[in-house]
Design a binder for this molecule. Structure first.
Ligand code: AMP
Length: 580
């Protein structure tokens, strides 16, 4: 079990002895797991590192899925793991959103707690150094109710498992009530009630809040958007000292009522005044005047939300402190002062055994290197061996080595392999988009038109953000004009949505409720638009021979080429088949 009481010298020690720590850890994992059905076929019971490197294949989810599923379906843990498998976690953002499940036990929860403690130590050190007074954190965390695997083991998202665990319930820092929200608000299974109560608690304690955050930037942006719709009601609750009737979750209601105390018309007036400004510029800084920092992941796909967070917070420092996944936790940002573009994550060497596959490996798996042997400036994909049954597992992220902390490398997150579109934490790949288009092509065919150009982007200037597809159509008959019934386009929007992965569909909304992704939009553009787009790219230094219309566009100049030629817009309508 990982110790929960330590100071920062522990991090110095770990990062100074990364090689030894990693070797010891691999030995421990192999001693535990060498006799599992999976590893036995490669190692024949040995826990030797050289044999491991020589014989154990580098794998992706599809390669090990059947082993994982057998345990999820009730076969003994030792198919893949020498230790007990007591629960499963679902990934959110990986493999183009196709949901994967991973076996874990309480040690994973402890690891998460351990990394969060390390992160808190680093942040407190920074706070002390710059002389910021201690105070509370308003953090937007949520859970989704657990489900179970066919054999009855609990199945949930990593953070939800953590918040629902005894580890979290019994954490030592709880007595300092470090969060503005009581645990009951985080644990409320209804995310709307939970969000409302997070805000109510945060507003009531506005003078104590020194940090505002969420796991990923998008949750924070959504919370502020929600505040935009609910501030009058929230102020009404503060004024009367009475929580709105629709907060029906009993635990949530009673814990929030206690925080609300009684009527507070003076506070309600102050908040009302701030929220009534025409512009919401600086709303976070105005409502929580002592807030010194925003903490949430703003690297990778989340980078798109930096401008809006800067706008809401009057550019409070943004701290992106942690890098992890369902497969393994990786590292922390040891320099909380770094600017968003300079954020790097120092791998913590006692979490999992980490190897790195160079991005330009040309299929040569032998080019894989250990944590301490990565080269400055080079790009790698991490490969993880963990305690719970993943062996040499490709994570699918592309990282760049940007420095070393003691002997441990620091990585910048570059991108997810293959992701092209994302609004929330869903990830829609090139492959997903192409598959979805194949479905609509059938519909277009029956309307006698062809799609001759398309591209897309995630429009986050609307709330909620949504996917926009630009389409150029051509009539099948050479001289015919394109004539398509509006209903066909609306249907096409829905067909695209229905073909996207389960996470997209879930975030799009369930049981008639709006989700965190808005209705998909098709913008039909004039004939010749995609030629103009090509000309634009070529003018930027592209070549006609190698030109391929980008499936997803993120340059504003290129988008302007399309935007100036839009003829018509269509949106999807909610369809029952979106329900997951
Ligand atoms: P999941 O397993 O669903 O929790 O998703 C994990 C993935 O989220 C990682 O593999 C990354 O692609 C992404 N992710 C997690 N932390 C960060 C971070 N700090 N910066 C950028 N992307 C991240």
């Amino acid at each position: 079990m990982m110790s929960s009481s330590f100071d920062l010298s522990h991090l110095e020690e770990l990062t100074s002895n990364a090689e030894q720590t990693q070797d010891d850890l691999l030995k421990e994992i192999l001693t535990l797991n060498a006799n599992t059905e999976y590893l036995r076929q490669f190692l024949h019971g040995s826990s030797d590192k050289t044999l491991f490197k020589k014989n154990v294949p580098v794998v992706s989810y599809e390669d090990v899925k059947s082993y994982i599923e057998r345990v999820a379906n009730g076969e003994p843990s030792d198919v893949i793991s020498g230790g007990p498998i007591t629960r499963f976690i679902k990934s959110t953002g990986t493999s183009g959103g196709k949901q994967k499940i991973f076996p874990i036990n309480d040690e994973y929860i402890e690891q998460l707690g351990y990394v969060l403690n390390l992160r808190s130590l680093v942040i407190s050190k920074y706070f002390n150094e710059i002389g910021v007074e201690q105070g509370k954190t308003m953090e937007f965390h949520f859970i989704r109710p657990e489900s179970t695997t066919p054999s009855g083991l609990p199945l949930s998202l990593a953070f939800a498992s953590f918040f629902m665990s005894d580890y979290f319930k019994n954490r030592p820092s709880k007595c300092n009530s470090e969060y503005t929200s009581p645990d009951q608000v985080i644990l409320c299974p209804d995310s709307k009630q939970s969000l409302y109560c997070h805000l109510l608690c945060g507003l009531c304690q506005r003078d104590e809040v020194v940090r505002v955050g969420a796991a990923f930037a998008y949750s924070l942006v959504r919370a502020i958007d929600f505040l935009g719709n609910y501030w009058k009601e929230l102020c009404g609750n503060i004024r009367s000292g009475h929580v709105s009737e629709w907060i029906t979750n009993h635990n949530c209601r009673s814990s929030v009522s206690a925080i609300l105390g009684g009527p507070n018309p003076i506070l309600a007036d102050v908040i009302e005044q701030e929220c009534s400004h025409k512009s919401w510029e600086g709303i976070i800084a105005r409502l929580w005047p002592k807030a010194k920092r925003i903490e949430c992941i703003i690297t990778g796909q989340m980078g798109q939300y930096i401008p809006i967070l800067d706008f809401y917070s009057n550019k409070l420092p943004l701290g992106s402190t942690i890098y992890g996944s369902s497969e393994s936790l990786f590292g922390i940002n040891v320099d909380p002062l770094s600017k968003p573009q300079d954020v790097s994550y120092t791998f913590v060497p006692n979490l999992s055994y980490f190897e790195f596959l160079p991005v330009d490996h040309d299929g040569d798996m032998a080019s894989i290197v250990d944590l301490v042997n990565v080269k400055l400036g080079c790009y790698y994909e991490p490969v993880v061996t963990n305690y719970f049954g993943l062996n040499r597992y490709l994570i699918g992220d592309i990282l760049q080595v940007v420095g070393f902390y003691n002997s441990t490398p620091q990585f910048r997150f570059i991108r997810r392999k293959n992701v092209v579109l994302s609004v929330d934490i869903e990830a829609t790949t090139e492959e997903d988009i192409l598959k979805a288009l194949a479905h609509v092509n059938l519909l277009l065919e029956s309307s006698d038109v062809m799609l001759i150009g398309f591209t897309c982007y995630a429009d986050i200037s609307t709330f909620p953000g949504h996917y926009v597809f630009y389409w150029e159509l051509k009539a099948r008959g050479v001289n015919d004009v394109v004539e398509v019934d509006k209903k066909v386009f609306v249907k096409c929007c829905s067909v695209l949505e229905e073909s996207f992965n389960v996470l997209y569909r879930r975030f799009r909304g369930q049981r008639g409720q709006d989700g965190s992704i808005g209705a998909l939009e098709i913008r039909v553009v004039q004939q010749g638009t995609f030629d103009s787009l090509m000309e634009y790219f070529i003018s930027q230094g592209g070549s006609t021979t190698q030109y391929k219309t980008p499936i997803c566009i993120n340059s504003s100049e290129a988008l302007a080429v399309l935007e100036n030629r839009v003829l018509d817009r269509f949106y999807s309508e909610r369809s029952p088949s979106l329900e997951t």
